[in-house]
Design a protein around this ligand. Structure first.
Ligand SMILES: Nc1nc2c(ncn2[C@@H]2O[C@H](COP(=O)(O)OP(=O)(O)OP(=O)(O)O)[C@@H](O)[C@H]2O)c(=O)[nH]1
Ligand SMILES: [Mg+2]
Length: 340
């Protein structure tokens, strides 16, 4: 039986093997993904990002436990956890730490934990994460939690992958305006103040609200409207299918499992919002369109370059260096010399 079939039948071994093939974009991995693609599109992708040490792994751990044993009587869901560290290749320690904290989940056949470390280009890491997530989706994992550390472009790329993005802050970090990156707030669907047992929660929440208003002026308008209308029932922004989602702020204490159930409810509410407003379909459309264009570019370029002689390229490059051709003219020259 081939790898794809084995994965569909629930083989963890086949999944683990394919994850490596897919992560490294090997031909065999591409074939597995091709075969499994019709089985994707069911999972809820949840991104968890924020500064180092804010408690992302602890929260991911608690959320996973929640989905495995829902306290609201809903059936348990299969959970995949993808821990991505784009910051450095020297992150073995942090990832090992995650593994240890997540040990209590590791005996559960309904949970699969995968760590991914930085390898070369950051764009490459986001693409590799996308492929790994696709594989988990096809393998029948209902919830895929993607943890990323840091606050750079890589997080934003990875967050684009997720349906629901949680940005985790902690008191003492969050009340320093410097520490709150507007860029990261813009990708937040839900803001979480973890370590709410620490002093300074109020300050952090106030700072976050302030930053949210700066980051989302339209939302601020609605939020102001909302607060002025406090007495009036059901302001527009609170309606379940309002087209505008105002990122809620939630407090948690991960090691005590405080606020986790409420956070999970907020995540479910966001998912429902995406479905009801048609935003989920629209996001999928945009994502696939971007992926299609990227692949098309890569493939066409590779194909075209493979027909170009090294000599022709060097000649034009020299003309460019000697300022006989501008970069644009150089491209035109190459296109003339190497008609598709
Ligand atoms: N007091 C308190 N400590 C917490 C809380 N959540 C996590 N911690 C502790 O904070 C430390 C960091 O937690 P992690 O879950 O590893 O944080 P992280 O954001 O995943 O860290 P990196 O992946 O290294 O960025 C650990 O020692 C946790 O036990 C919390 O709500 N309250
Ligand atoms: Mg972590």
């Amino acid at each position: 039986m081939d790898l794809a079939q084995s994965i569909l039948q629930g083989s963890r071994l086949a999944l683990a093997r394919s994850l490596s093939l897919v992560e490294n974009d090997q031909l065999e991995g591409q074939l597995v993904l091709n075969a499994l693609f019709p089985h994707t599109g069911h999972a809820h992708l949840i991104g968890v990002t924020g500064a180092p040490g804010t408690g992302k792994s602890s929260l991911v751990n608690e959320l996973a436990r929640h989905y495995r044993q829902p306290s609201d009587g809903s059936p348990p869901r299969r959970v995949a956890i993808v821990a991505v560290d784009p910051t450095s290749p020297f992150s073995g320690g942090a990832i090992l730490g995650d593994r240890i904290r997540m040990r209590d989940l590791s005996g559960d056949p309904g949970v699969f934990i995968r760590s991914m470390a930085s390898r070369g280009a950051l764009g490459g890491l986001a693409a590799a994460t996308a492929r790994v997530v696709q594989l988990f989706d096809a393998a029948g994992y209902d919830v895929i939690l993607i943890e990323t550390v840091g606050a750079g472009q890589a997080e934003i790329d990875i967050a684009r992958l997720a349906h629901t993005t949680l940005v985790i802050e902690a008191p003492g970090l969050g009340d320093d305006i410097q520490a709150i990156k507007a860029g990261i707030l813009e990708i937040a669907d839900i803001l979480v103040i973890n370590k709410a047992d620490h002093a300074g929660v109020e300050n952090t929440e106030r700072a976050l609200r302030g930053m949210l208003e700066l980051a989302h002026p339209i939302r601020r308008g609605l939020a102001n409207h909302h607060s002025r209308m406090e007495e009036a029932p059901t302001p527009a922004a609170d309606a379940p299918n309002s087209p505008i989602w105002i990122p809620p702020i939630r407090r948690t204490v991960a090691p005590e499992n405080k606020g986790v159930q409420e956070l999970a409810a907020e995540i479910a509410r966001h998912r429902q919002h995406l479905v009801e407003t048609g935003e989920l379909a629209e996001r999928n459309r945009q994502r696939f369109s971007a992926e299609l264009q990227l692949l098309l570019q890569e493939t066409l370029l590779q194909r075209w370059l493979s027909k170009l002689s090294a000599h022709a390229y060097q000649t034009v490059l020299n003309d460019l260096l000697d300022r006989r051709l501008s970069p644009r003219q150089a491209v035109e020259r190459l296109l003339e010399a190497n008609q598709p």
